[in-house]
Design a protein around this ligand. Structure first.
Ligand code: NAD
Length: 249
């Protein structure tokens, strides 16, 4: 880890690219875990599509309300806090996340690029206007409970979760900013992502192609193919604080 710490110390531009594993130790299930309870009854991937919402809006809205409840009840963990600390130590840090929770923001991270949207920003399925969701605590007890989605105040359309579903494009401005940062960075830390969801999964490869060092932090070892690519195996909440501590004290 000393070598990667040295790389961080020497870097001018750093990108942190995170996935569900970053929030796992805050008690938010990763994608696979979040679906596991429903696996026997539903086709899991079909819950995260526009077609699923058309077919059964209450089932899909209820599942996202359960996830929103989980996120609201969770607290940032040591990995989120280490990223916030890193932001104060390196000249330029860009945080790009696939996560739809707000734990990085709640850990004090200044700007977070949410590639896949946010559980807290629902919008109308018909007219796309933002819907101000009540700041209540949704029920997190039951994972598969159907809940009728609220109605848009402007057109009475059904309100949908503010996340990017399979088959949908990423928000253009967010993706452009993320790409620009990744192409210019010296070091990219890829934290707690399975690298399966495209096009986000391309970001570490794009960083490598542009000459960056890429460090994967995951409980699973990552198959590294380039000599500028490294795999640090362990829990994000353990490895990331250690790395930042070694680099900057
Ligand atoms: P994923 O669920 O596909 O993969 C999670 C990865 O994290 C795995 O590689 C796993 O080995 C690793 N991991 C698990 N626990 C870890 C830990 N404690 N420390 C380090 N690594 C750990 O997640 P993904 O790659 O982000 O892609 C799935 C999609 O699901 C994303 O689009 C994301 O938007 C969405 N999602 C988001 C959240 C969230 O916002 N917290 C939660 C679930 C799913």
């Amino acid at each position: 880890m000393e070598f990667q710490a040295q790389q961080l110390r020497d870097a001018s531009r750093v990108v942190v690219f995170s996935g569900a594993g970053l929030s796992a130790e805050s008690g938010i299930p990763t994608f696979r875990d979040a679906l596991s309870g429903l696996r026997e009854r539903f086709d899991p991937a079909a819950l995260a599509t526009a077609q699923a919402f058309r077919n059964d809006p209450a089932l899909v809205w209820g599942w996202y309300e359960w996830r929103r409840a989980k996120a609201l009840a969770a607290q940032p963990n040591a990995a989120h806090l280490a990223i916030t600390k890193l932001a104060t130590r390196v000249p330029t840090l860009t945080v790009v996340t696939q996560n739809v929770d707000d734990l990085l923001e709640r850990a004090g991270c200044p700007e977070v690029l949410h590639l896949h949207g946010s559980l807290g920003s629902p919008r109308c399925f018909a007219c796309a206007r933002a819907y101000a969701i009540k700041d209540d605590q949704p029920d997190e007890s039951e994972q598969g409970r159907s809940i009728e989605p609220p109605r848009c105040l402007h057109c009475n359309g059904k309100v949908r979760p503010g996340v990017v579903w399979f088959g949908e494009s990423l928000p253009d401005d967010v993706w452009r900013k993320a790409l620009a940062a990744v192409k210019k960075c010296d070091v990219l830390l890829s934290v707690g992502t399975s690298g399966l969801v495209q096009p986000a999964a391309e970001l570490p490869r794009i960083a490598l192609k542009h000459g960056a060092q890429v460090v994967h932090i995951n409980v699973q070892p990552e198959l590294v193919v380039e000599n500028r690519e490294f795999s640090l195996v362990g829990r994000a909440a353990e490895v990331l604080p250690k790395l930042v501590e070694q680099a900057f004290g």
